[in-house]
Structure formats: C-alpha cells, structure tokens
Design a protein around this ligand. Structure first.
Ligand code: SF4
Ligand code: SF4
Length: 385
C-alpha cells in the first residue's frame, strides 16, 4: 500500500486523537466495512482508506469524503475488530470545522449552525412558532404532573410535510386518552445530527437547553417521533448525568394497541413495506414494535424489502447529510424506493422524519407519484382509529 512508505505526520495524528478519533488503532484493513457501506452501491468510497490515512496523519480535511458517512451504523456492526468508524469520521469533521474548511457539498451543513444557535432548529424558523402545528388541536402545554412529554422534533414542528405526522400523532394520543403535553418554544433541536457534523459546542448548548427545560417542567417520560431524538435523549444526554424515560412512538403506540387502549376499527387494504430507520434499528435494536403495529392493522399486507432489519439500506439522511445535496445517481433513497416497488408495495412506511424527507424527495425526482406513497407509521394508524 502506498501509504506504508510515508512517514507518519505526528502532529496531524495528535490532532485527530485530540478530536476523539483515536479509534483506528485496532483496524487491520480487512475491508469488511467497505463491503457493507451503502456508498458502494452508488460510487467508490472507502472508510477503510480514511481509517488508514488517519492512522498516518494523512487525512485531507478538505476532501468531500470525510463528509460522506451517513453514520448508518452498518460497518461498526460488522467490523471484526470493534473499530468505531463513526467516531473517527466525526473527529475528522471536528478537525475540518476547527480550521473552517468545508467542501461545497458540506456547506449547507455548516449553514444550519446559525439557525440552531439562534432559534434552536436547523430549518431557519422562528422559535416562537414551534408549537404552531398544534393550533386547533387539543394539545396542552406540558406542565408539572403531565404524564408524557410528546417531543415532536424540529421537522415535525416546522416542515409542512412532517407537520401532518405531528398532527396525526396528536389525534392518536387524544383518541387513546393519553395525558400528554408539548413544550413548544421551550424545546430545542435534540442536537444529534449537528453533533455528527463535528459541531460539538452547538450540540452541548442544545442539550443543556433541553435538559433545563425538561427539569424545569418536571418531565419524566418523553415520547419521541424521531429516532434521532431517541438516540440522543436515551444514549447521549446521560453524559450530562441526567436520566429520562425515553420511548419511541412505535413502542408507545404498539403497547397502547396491545393493551386495548387504542382500537383499530377501520381497514387499510393495501400492500405496505416497512423501512427500518438506522437510528431505530441498527443503533437501538427496535425492529419488532413497528412491524407488530402494522400487523395489527386490519386489511394491511406487510411485504418485506430485500434489505431489512439490521441490513436495512440507509435513506442517506443521517450524519447531517439530510442538509447536504447528494447528486442524482448517488441517492440511497432512490434505491430504497425501487426496493419497495420490487417488494410489491404501494406504500413505503417508516418511522423517522429524515427518512420521510429523503423518500419524498426521491418520489418526486423519480416521478413515482403513481407508484408509491410515503407514510409515517402514525399516519396509517390515524387512518384506522
Ligand atoms: S471492518 Fe474494521 S478492521 Fe476491517 S477494515 Fe474496516 S475498520 Fe478495519
Ligand atoms: S457508518 Fe454506514 S455510511 Fe458510515 S462508513 Fe460505515 S457503512 Fe458507510
């Protein structure tokens, strides 16, 4: 290998280590990571090579490649040496951020930092409007003693497509008689994705704001729609020595259905396929709750795609890539829509706002309006209660 002959750049290696990237040392270059990486369905990309270059201090921080990883979690799961590829990738992005070096494709991910800092969301929307989606619905502000905080995430709060998911969810929770409330403008982005772009300070600021809001309002149980909020609240906020009960909406609703608190009285007579979001499935092992829910829906036929459960094909939106432009021909979401069509589904259902955003884009670009519908799982439940 050509890098073998090159003297290591110790200063760069030290910087990578300082940024948390000292995770390459167990790698023995077997290449299993590249074999499972979704990028290799659409173009050449080698996380193995990035690891090798980091070990020698030869990382090119201006390269597009350090921004490609969607943090899908596939290669860490399959690596025989327990290398933390995602942590390495994030450390390289931290380094690039320190030097303010962003290739053109990554600049949109830098641009959202301003809106996250000032308004607490990546969509350049006013904090004061965060609860507007709930106008005209019976949704109360969370107060001490309310049983459940429904934390809808930035996309469900502001994005016109995703607001429909928030509204469907509120209708279901009301129908089941759940005592829930929202924090509205006191909420901030969970910070999961911006952290993966290397903006650790911004993540910490958002996390502190949320934790303060949760504690001030007496929150104990949080039900989230986004697997990214789930990951952060459950697995990352514990770094701040706090603990909240965190439940994903698919777990919460499947329990309501199982306990007879939510009756599915209508029918949904269509073939449906379920996409496992990376942060629900591979990162948090939640594969069964959404499938159990769908199987309870009268009339619904569940068809599985080629890549499911821990081999699910990433939508391409994680790791901050939901904010970046991916050229035509390189979008994993396009491939996923084809897998859904090939499975004989008329509806591609999932449980993540990023996946829906990526899939809706692909549906338009591929002109699949008559081929597939894209739904959040709550939208199907809302149709049959
Ligand atoms: S799978 Fe693990 S050990 Fe093999 S090349 Fe990738 S990071 Fe290295
Ligand atoms: S986490 Fe996923 S996208 Fe990132 S390098 Fe590994 S397999 Fe590729």
């Amino acid at each position: 290998m050509e890098t073998d002959a090159i003297a290591p750049f110790f200063e760069v290696i030290e910087e990578i280590k300082a940024a948390g990237g000292d995770v390459y040392k167990f790698c023995y270059q077997c290449g299993k990571c590249d074999a499972v990486c979704p990028w290799n369905n659409v173009r050449n990309f080698s996380i193995r090579k990035i690891i090798r270059e980091a070990a020698f201090g030869l990382t090119e921080i201006e390269s597009e490649d350090i921004w490609r990883c969607t943090t899908c979690g596939n290669c860490p799961e399959k690596c025989p040496r327990g290398v933390k590829q995602i942590d390495l990738g994030v450390s390289l992005r931290k380094l690039a951020s320190t030097y303010d070096v962003f290739p053109a494709s990554a600049r949109p991910a830098r641009a959202v930092r301003g809106s996250l800092t000032t308004e607490g969301n990546p969509l350049n929307e006013a904090r004061a409007k965060r609860a507007d989606w709930a106008k005209d619905l019976s949704v109360k502000p969370f107060a001490e003693g309310t049983e459940v905080l429904f934390f809808g995430c930035c996309y469900l709060s502001y994005d016109p497509r995703m607001k429909k998911v928030a509204q469907a969810t509120a209708r279901i929770l009301n129908k089941a008689g759940v005592d829930f409330g929202i924090l509205g403008s006191s909420e901030s982005c969970c910070g999961e994705s911006i952290r993966k772009t290397g903006a650790e300070d911004i993540y910490k600021g958002l996390a502190r704001e949320n934790i303060k809001a949760f504690i001030d309002h007496g929150v104990r149980k949080i039900v989230v729609s986004s697997p990214h909020c789930y990951e952060t609240f459950k697995n990352e906020y514990s770094d701040f020595m706090v603990h909240f009960e965190v439940v994903h909406m698919t777990q919460f609703l499947s329990e309501l259905i199982r306990d007879g608190k939510l009756e599915l009285t209508g029918t949904y007579d269509r073939p449906v396929t379920y996409h496992d979001p990376c942060y629900l499935g591979r990162h948090n092992d939640i594969y069964d709750a959404p499938r159990e829910m769908l199987q309870q829906v009268p009339g619904l036929t569940l068809r599985e795609m080629a890549d499911v459960r821990n081999n699910s094909l990433c939508c391409g939106g994680g790791g901050g890539r939901v904010w970046m432009d991916t050229p035509k021909g390189e979008r994993f979401s396009d491939l996923r829509l084809d897998q859904a069509r090939d499975a004989g589904a008329e509806v591609l259902v999932t449980a993540c706002p990023y996946c829906i955003t990526m899939f809706e884009d692909s549906r338009l670009n591929l002109e699949y309006e008559d081929v597939l519908e894209i739904k959040d799982i709550t939208e199907i439940i809302a149709e049959v209660i």
